[in-house]
Design a protein around this ligand. Structure first.
Ligand SMILES: *Cc1c(COP(=O)(O)O)cnc(C)c1O
Length: 390
């Protein structure tokens, strides 16, 4: 069992004492992994990106479920995440995308972690460590093909690979690059990055390569190479901006109704009086706010519409600004027997996609998922069907 820490589900508040509950469907994550695997060309391995606590779904719980499904390779961002994962999965291949942190090579080696070496200083340090111990440990090398974030530029990569002192002492086991605009399939940078990655690695046909995140999986077989490393699609997110999302939902957030109140026409609602009742309304005040990850920008005003929740087949719009701990929902059209004190309202889940909420908050579903529910009661189980039955 992994040690108790802030990721542990047992440190979460009891359902009866929490403002809301967060349900995570591990079988749905497994289903999405299989769907992604089936999209890949023959011979491409489907890994899983489980950084940021597996996008909020629980690092060890998710990785363990995926491992049961047949997933063997995992990508995390930080060495602390990798060490945590290693306790759960002693035999998995674990890559650390943020690279090699100074002075930590022995820690990586002891836990059999593979850094994704992003720069010359990291390559020098891993190389020196391997040379000193006379152990050619495996590491990936990141090539920057146009994102200008992490990785070696192609000319520097060529120099480094030609320099036996730098790369002769360890085992380069994977070449990695990352797409900057994959979610926009017709963006010209995708093809440029693909061509650059191919050209840079052409000399090394025997070394495995990885370019595709979730979006890359859907861009087609040219982008698949040897290992795909999807993240957001595993968690039900929408990888490509256009089109429908083929993934099943994984996360549901419900918050309890604290109070139901009637508001007369022309009354102002919430902080700043940003929203005016244009007719007599009934509001449900629910116990979830921006401190729970419900981004303040998804609130509504007289000028702008906002996000919405879902209550027993009714779309219930967010009314006015979102507070730290609560928000108001318009339940005027919901029967009084349904919208009452203590009832849970779906704020995200099968009926409220994170990608839809994200539009109102001018962000992406990644930010919603990774920011959700530090105070909610967390449980693992099935989400139930969408209320239109699909
Ligand atoms: C986060 C990340 C991924 C996963 O990306 P998704 O868009 O969530 O599929 C893959 N590779 C790198 C380098 C990343 O930073």
């Amino acid at each position: 069992m992994p040690q108790q820490d802030s990721y542990s589900s047992s440190s979460r508040p009891l359902e009866a004492l929490a403002g809301g509950r967060l349900t995570i469907d591990l079988d749905a994550i497994a289903t999405n992994w299989r769907t992604l695997s089936e999209h890949l060309r023959d011979g491409t391995e489907c890994a899983a990106t489980v950084k940021a606590n597996a996008y909020g779904t629980g690092l060890c719980e998710t990785a363990e479920r995926l491992s049961q499904e047949g997933c063997r390779t995992f990508f995390v961002a930080l060495p602390q995440e990798a060490l945590h994962l290693r306790e759960t999965l002693p035999d998995a291949t674990i890559y650390v995308l943020d690279g090699l942190f100074p002075g930590t090579a022995a820690t990586y080696a002891a836990a059999n972690l593979r850094p994704v070496l992003n720069s010359v200083p990291e390559i020098e340090e891993w190389s020196a460590y391997c040379r000193a111990g006379n152990k050619p440990l495996a590491a990936a090398i990141h090539i920057d093909t146009g994102m200008n974030r992490l990785g070696l530029m192609p000319d520097m990569f060529a120099q480094v690979m030609a320099d036996d002192y730098l790369t002769g002492a360890f085992t380069p086991c994977l070449f990695v690059s990352h797409l900057a605009c994959g979610s926009t399939p017709d963006h010209p940078l995708n093809q440029i990055q693909l061509d650059t990655f191919r050209a840079a690695t052409a000399e090394f046909p025997e070394i495995p390569k990885s370019l595709a995140n979730s979006a890359g999986v859907f861009l087609g077989p040219d982008y698949h190479f040897d290992i795909a490393r999807p993240g957001i699609s595993l968690y039900g997110g929408k990888a490509l901006d256009p089109g429908t999302n083929p993934m099943v939902p994984v996360v549901k957030v419900e918050a309890r109704i604290l109070m139901v109140r009637d508001v007369a026409e022309n009354q102002k609602i919430g902080y700043g009086g940003a929203k005016t009742a244009t007719k007599p309304m009934r509001l449900a005040i629910v116990a979830a706010g921006y401190a729970d990850g419900f981004l303040r920008r998804a609130g509504s005003s007289d000028k702008n519409p906002g996000g919405f929740g879902w209550l027993d087949g009714h779309r219930v719009p967010i009314v006015g600004r979102i507070s730290m701990d609560m928000m108001a929902l318009d339940v005027t059209d919901v029967p009084e027997t349904v919208a009452r004190h203590g009832v849970f309202v779906e704020l995200l889940g099968p009926n409220v996609a994170a990608s839809d909420l994200a539009i109102y908050a001018e962000t992406i579903d990644y930010e919603y998922l990774t920011g959700l529910g530090r105070r909610f009661h967390r449980r693992y189980g099935t989400l139930g069907l969408r209320q239109d039955g699909t």
